[in-house]
Design a protein around this ligand. Sequence first.
Ligand code: PPS
Length: 306
Amino acid sequence: MITLTNADKAQILEKKSLLLNILDVDGVPLPIVSKEMWNKIYNFQAKSDDLILATYPKSGTTWMQEILDMIQNDGDVAKCKRANSLERHPFLEISFPHKEKYGVDIAIEMPSPQILKTHLPSHLIPPSIWKQKCKVIYVARNAKDCLVSYYHFHRMTSLLPDPQSWEEFLIVFLTPAVAYGSWYDHVKGWWDAKDKHHILYVFYEDIKKNPKCTIHKVLEFLEKTLPEESINKIVYHTSFDVMKENPMANQTSLPSYIYDDTISKFLRKGMPADWKNHFTVTMNEKFDEHYKKKMAGTTLTFCTEI
Ligand code: PPS
């Protein structure tokens, strides 16, 4: 099924052209309204104390955002409930239809130190981020769970096209005709970038396995210390079950025409290996074959279950 026929490709290209506000930048489909807006994003002037949170979509961005906000606010839960996570940290390249301002415009106005969220691949990051030697935290999640989560996200959001069937979306993901392009290029690009820049590369599965250990790594990277009591509070407040009930983190405050959580929740399953509930044996074999080819030659490895 993953072997693409010409008819498959034509169908996918047709779907790609149906994506709303998708701009092809250097071969990567980005959900950006215009070339002018892209120029503004690419020329964004970062400040040296901006902290960048970069991820491929559905890799645990919102989770790490909550962890970072809790760290920045010394474990003060009330402060972290000051606004929806989308308001707390500008999303560099995104404009939400219910908002007047673009992420980059909010970022320009936001007082320092700020946390900036992005799904951009490493080679499309505004160069000022590297020039200012900003710290970057990259969260990566295994491809199978990312794909499943992205599929359900496409179902529930009007920002992205209808994924059609699960089988069809799997092909679209691998083509790759999804927003932000290839998962492989994204995770490998950032993996290579970590040797040249100030990047902490974190895995979703590791946070799940041992959240405290990841929080310690993040603290060390940020050159910050917190009392054990605050760290315990962060572990609790950022656990899936607690975040799921937190309206400032679970995205239920967004209009339902943007995120329709009667179709699928934004905080949906929150665990590794949900792919097992979606992949057939044949799909899995084909996927593994494709994966092996694409990941050949990299030292980057992932856990697909914990
Ligand atoms: S987005 O739209 O790209 O910003 O989405 P993102 O936040 O990167 O990813 C959403 C998935 O992360 C899961 N999530 C969590 N998992 C475990 N623990 C916590 N606290 C947590 N918070 C968010 C969320 O449930 C989505 O994954 P799925 O597999 O769909 O549940």
